[in-house]
Design a protein around this ligand. Sequence first.
Ligand code: AHR
Length: 501
Amino acid sequence: MARAHLTLNPAFTIGPVRRRLFGGFVEHLGRHVYDGIHEPGHPSAGPDGFRRDVIELVKELGVTTVRYPGGNFVSGYHWEDGVGPVAERPRRLDLAWHSTETNEVGLHEFQNWLDQVGGELMLAVNLGTRGPKEALDLVEYANVPSGTARAAQRAANGRQEPFGITMWCLGNEMDGPWQLGHRNAEDYGKLAAMTAKAMRQVDRNLELVVCGSSSRSMPTFGEWERVVLEHTYEDVDYISCHAYYEERDGDLASFLASGVDMDAFIEAVVATVDHVRALKRSDKRIDISFDEWNVWYLTRWLEQSRTFTIDDWPVAPRLLEDVYSVADAVTLGGLLISLLNHADRVASASLAQLVNVIAPIMTEPGGPAWRQTTFFPFSVTARAARGTALKVALDADATTTAAYGAVPVVAAAATVDGCSVSVFLQNRHTTEATSVTIDLSAFAVSGTVTARGVWDEDVYAVNDVRDTERVRLRTNDTAALADGVLTMELPPVSWTAVTVA
Ligand code: AHR
């Protein structure tokens, strides 16, 4: 059996766990909006067409901010198409996902849905096919209380009070050649700075996210961040990171260790941000909005996308409907550990996405809604990770991976909130259990130990429409606290959250 020893101390802090770390992402893509959150004919739908069963699951998931409406979609989107009487809204080609956008759901409907879910809206503007003017119109429409044409238009469309949206993304993945309106860093940096300055002239309280790289493997990674920030440093608050992981060629060990890549990604972006800060002799600190992250079997999507033709623009097709296994959930738990360990610089993050599209929640038209395996680590962490993130002193055996070499067999993060300490653990070993001891003697914890997580004899077990509850959250009965030391055994390929209160 492998072994790991952790020492925690309340004095060794990383930073506050900001609630925006547990954001989600809803894109107009596939069956996410239509036939996902919005299905007027469904037995559980309210008069607004939104499925209540889905709303309940999203609430249970515990997402805080929700990024909307894209993603690649936003780079061709006209926000005006999605406001006003629904019957008069145009149908448009969605070039990003080769679909037809009906515009039945737009800003007002989505905000109403979000009000029921209890989340904060993080809105993206189109800097692909559009520019500062349209972004300004949208800020005026959304945030100016009254007395202007756009504010009056909003009121006429049924919303007297402004939306009051704080977080705005300045486009999406503008470094990607697949993006409508893709630009080089120089051109995007100038456009983003111009747009940011203009938007702040309308509302100086906006928090603005400039596009970083769409992945660490982009050839422009690093240089893109530097150039974009040299143009925008004083105008923005956050730079985005996007990362997706998948198991390739049966290499489970490397896949489980994807958090190692996420750690390196975050640390490289922080280094670049702080380099530009030094160059500019600025007092201002820019943090990260990790506004797309997940497990995504991207290679399957690339194959599917090759089959599209000019005659084929479906409404709400089945796209990116990955079915997640226990191994996927354990990897996702490892990514959450990475985010928590960088809570000082990752101010906000969005699990991409929420429903049907690379999602923790799935639905069938007229049928059930259910939790994928990846639902569990997210929902447990969103609740248990509160207060302050702590540094974990980790002394662990190593396990070997093809992608990252030798890595600690256990990945761990910890938080403290008053008298309650939570530790998040991933056992990366593909075949062996790991015996863990956690020294909590520096805390005044005495009592109740709760240890829950995801593991299974079959690491490729899934929840699907045939068996929506095959994989559930499990309790680890080996966890015990004695003399300030918590001991437990982690099964192979497992993710566990243990809280001592
Ligand atoms: O989340 C799916 C897609 O991944 C998003 O639309 C895009 O931003 C990224 O490439």
